[in-house]
Design a protein around this ligand. Structure first.
Ligand code: GLV
Ligand code: MN
Ligand code: MN
Length: 432
């Protein structure tokens, strides 16, 4: 292969999304599901797809799909369900965590569009449908459940439970979706759509240092660690900060603080990860002992037993400390994702394709969750990772070099050509 995506076109595509939902002060992104920033991202996706003659659909769960159909000559002419069978899906998500980086999600969507451009420039035509996905609400930053769009699509998130989720301001997911023109009553497993997709390949920035350490611009995912989110509610007694003797306090902040320290220790001893990254305090006054602290534990581990063990140990440490502090502790599991082993056949095929073109391509596990991990329960899925020179992610400092991004596009195009061409290489022209 070795033809690469056009650097100028890629840069233009990149900059056309760069300002959407970006905080001017921090430079980070705040593209939370169904907010105006997210809707602007969705409009951007629809317009990029339209510019390429792709037909955009929004499914019952709010995920966007842009179709490139075979035999239509012009890209993506309207077609019935029969013509959409056996599709190869590519893409990722456009929403972000609070103060997220530019690459987590958008790199996969932008690379999918650029891969289509690259294949068209070569005069390549698909032998089966290709569809670019923009999955809704991957980060769960607003309503708390990560990969909500793909979980709803597969039925892994119950529709009634999803409708009732509330954001930090008390807005229900159902109402947020309705305000955005999406029918919340339609949420639920979508058998027809799942039946139309045969494979999903998600390109994503790597969120660790695996590829730097192996000196490779692109890698292939092997597995995703099991992970989940647990809400810890610490309840005590509100009182005056200046008049309440230390011995008389029932301070949930103290129990929370000790739980954070315990989490770190238990995770280290158990070979797991444990993070308290979000906390809410009532009444949140400087001169008042809080009545309540709610904090969210994100925990991940190489296997299910290690994950169960670390969460149980942290919960137990919290309860023990609560008994000493005169506080109560309730632990509620808000989401949990089992270990994902990506489809070996698809992974090996992709690895061989890329190795033939780029030389050795590392295979690596990740602790980050992805829509490809959710869809893996339904159909063969795979992931390509693009090198992240600092390993930083979920921060405005997240970065990938332009040359590596272009290699990622070339790799994705090669994978698409391999998987959706009649025979590898047969349909390729000499262009671009
Ligand atoms: C998704 O980015 C996650 O939190 O793993
Ligand atoms: Mn993320
Ligand atoms: Mn992501």
């Amino acid at each position: 292969m070795n033809e690469v995506a056009d650097a100028t076109r890629f840069a233009e595509l990149w900059s056309s999304l760069a300002d959407v939902g970006r905080d001017r002060v921090t430079g980070g992104y705040r593209r939370f599901a169904w907010t105006s920033a997210d809707l602007a991202c969705r409009d951007w996706f629809a317009s990029q797809a339209a510019d390429r003659g792709l037909t955009v659909e929004i499914d019952r769960n709010g995920n966007q799909w842009a179709w490139w159909l075979p035999e239509s000559g012009a890209l993506g002419a309207a077609a019935n369900a029969d013509e959409r069978r056996n599709a190869l899906a590519i893409g990722s998500h456009l929403d972000s965590v609070p103060d997220g980086g530019a690459f987590d999600g958008p790199l996969g969507v932008i690379s999918a569009l650029a891969a289509v451009d690259l294949l068209r420039a070569r005069d390549w035509r698909p032998q089966r449908p290709i569809v670019i996905a923009n999955f809704a609400d991957e980060e769960g930053a607003r309503f708390g459940i990560a990969c909500a769009g793909s979980r709803l699509l597969t039925g892994q998130l119950d529709a009634a439970k999803a409708r009732a989720l509330r954001d930090g301001d008390g807005v229900r997911l159902a109402d947020a979706m309705e305000s955005a023109g999406q029918d919340p009553d339609a949420l639920g497993r979508d058998d027809e759509r799942l039946a139309s997709i045969s494979e999903f390949v998600e390109l994503h920035i790597e969120q660790g240092r695996g590829l730097i350490d192996q000196d490779a611009p692109v890698g292939v995912a092997s597995s995703i660690w099991p992970h989940g989110r647990w809400r810890f509610d610490f309840a005590g007694e509100a009182n005056h900060a200046g008049t309440t003797a230390l011995d008389d306090r029932r301070d949930p902040m103290l129990t929370y603080a000790n739980t954070v320290l315990s989490a770190r220790k238990k995770a280290r001893l158990g070979g797991a990860l444990a993070t308290f990254g979000k906390v809410s305090v009532e009444p949140n006054g400087t001169n008042a002992i809080p009545s309540r602290v709610s904090a969210w534990l994100d925990s991940r581990a190489p296997d299910e037993a290690a994950l169960d063990a670390v969460v149980e140990q942290i919960s137990e440490a919290a309860r023990e400390r609560g008994a000493r502090d005169g506080t109560t502790v309730e632990v509620v599991n808000e989401s949990r994702t089992a270990i994902v082993e990506f489809d070996h056949g698809l992974r090996d095929k992709i690895r061989k394709t890329l190795t033939d073109v780029f030389g050795p391509v590392p295979q690596l596990p990740t602790g980050a969750g992805h829509d490809a991990g959710i869809l893996a329960a339904e159909l063969p899925t795979a992931m390509l990772f693009v090198r992240n020179p600092s390993g930083l992610s979920h921060t405005p400092a997240e970065h990938a070099e332009a040359a590596d991004c272009l290699t990622g596009v070339a790799a994705l195009a090669e994978v698409v050509a391999q998987l959706a061409g009649a025979q590898p290489g047969k349909n390729r022209g000499s262009g671009a």
